[in-house]
Design a binder for this molecule. Structure first.
Ligand SMILES: Cc1cc2nc3c(=O)[nH]c(=O)nc-3n(C[C@H](O)[C@H](O)[C@H](O)COP(=O)(O)O)c2cc1C
Length: 373
């Protein structure tokens, strides 16, 4: 099988605004809002302002909203303040949010999150409880001296049960699916990564064995939500702790990671890259990581990283012209395009692109992040 896929004349960015059906999930466009933590829930409960924030994107041509990371109901999941929970009292708040998105014609997944070694024992909701990880590791906040706790088998079982409970709650509240945050060096990714997983039991070992924790999370969710509920899994090569880290150096190695996750019940793969147009494996041709993900697994794929950021005023991640996205789209590298910062800066970004008003899109300035609602 050649790594190169034949170049097809781009059908144009307009194809992003066609409706799409992924299994049982029907979306009005192929644009997704990327999950972005906004730290605007001081008590961990989403409020009307959060519902309005997502509604503004859903009513402007964003087919799928993926929520900011939201903590599963285990005290070890939390680290950063202001992040909403997906358990207890917060669930009433999430009802408001999903109702607002649905009223605008959108669909929504919560992104279920356990922050692993980013936690330390000074943090809420249970001071004294350290960060959890596959092995005893340096705390991921580099100025914090306390190591993470290597999870026992009962810690693992409790955390897996909390993921399954959160997914079942999402289904009960009327969400259209869930996304599992398996990327960026947080808990599930720490199990994947050989630097942070040095276990000698069944949760450690070679690349495939290191997927076991993620596989058990997915299997436990599937057992609760049934075969058809959309289940997206977000993965990345890069880590917050190390942008150059890689889970896989070759397509075959990537399949060692993704294959078991797909077999366990993932139905959509969300491939988190910082620049979506870059080759996934430079020595194997120019196919993007999203393209490889789709080719290797046959599943629907969400691509992300740099969309729209080449506009003057948007702080650029590189030459992210819409043409390079068109090329990857036409080649069939991805099904959905997730957009992060461009949609933060401008809730109407997708609608402006759809109607040819690129010049009117607002610029992104991370120093004004708090004002972007
Ligand atoms: C303010 C901010 C918060 C983010 N929070 C999350 C998060 O909670 N979960 C996650 O998986 N990625 C998170 N990301 C990464 C984005 O989902 C996305 O992958 C990244 O911004 C690249 O896409 P973009 O170039 O379109 O912005 C965050 C990014 C930003 C800018």
């Amino acid at each position: 099988m050649s790594a190169q896929t034949a170049f097809v004349e781009p059908a144009g960015i307009g194809a992003l605004f066609d409706p799409i059906r992924l299994g049982g999930l029907s979306l009005s466009t192929r644009i997704a809002m990327a999950p972005m933590s906004r730290y605007f829930c001081p008590d961990g409960v989403p409020h009307q302002g959060v519902a309005d924030y997502y509604r503004r994107r859903a009513e402007n041509s964003v087919g799928l909203i993926i929520s900011e990371g939201t903590y599963i109901g285990h005290p070890s999941a939390a680290s950063y303040e202001g992040v909403p929970y997906f358990s207890g009292a917060a669930l009433e708040g999430w009802k408001l949010v999903v109702a607002a998105v649905h009223a605008a014609g959108g669909k929504m997944f919560p992104q279920l999150w356990h922050t692993g070694s980013f936690r330390n024992s000074s943090m809420q909701p249970e001071p004294g409880l350290p960060g959890f990880g596959p092995s005893e590791n340096r705390n991921a906040f580099t100025d914090h001296p306390e190591p993470t706790r290597a999870m026992s088998e009962s810690d693992i079982a409790d955390v897996i049960a909390a993921y399954a409970e959160a997914a079942a709650d999402a289904q009960r509240l009327g969400f259209d699916g869930v996304e599992i945050h398996g990327a960026h060096g947080y808990l599930i990714d720490e199990f994947f990564w050989d630097t942070t997983n040095r276990r000698t039991d069944a949760y450690g070992g070679d690349r495939r064995q290191r997927t076991r924790f993620g596989v058990e999370v997915i299997a436990a969710i599937r057992a609760r939500v049934g075969a058809d509920f959309p289940l997206s899994f977000r993965y990345s090569q890069w880590k917050q702790q190390d942008y150059a880290a890689r889970l896989a150096d070759t397509p075959d190695q990537l399949l060692e990671v993704l294959g078991p996750l797909v077999d366990a019940g993932v139905s959509i793969l969300h491939c988190s890259t910082r620049r979506l147009w870059e080759p996934g494996f430079a020595e194997h041709g120019d196919l993007t990581l999203a393209g490889w993900t789709r080719k290797l697994t046959g599943l629907p794929v969400i691509a992300v990283g740099g969309a729209g950021l080449d506009r003057p005023g948007l702080k650029s991640a590189g030459p992210a012209s819409l043409e390079v996205i068109e090329t990857a789209l036409a080649r069939g590298d991805f099904d959905l395009l997730a957009v992060g910062r461009a949609l933060l800066a401008d809730p109407e970004w997708a609608e402006k692109i759809r109607t040819g008003r690129l010049a009117e899109t607002q610029g992104y300035d991370k120093f004004q992040l708090e004002t972007l609602i």
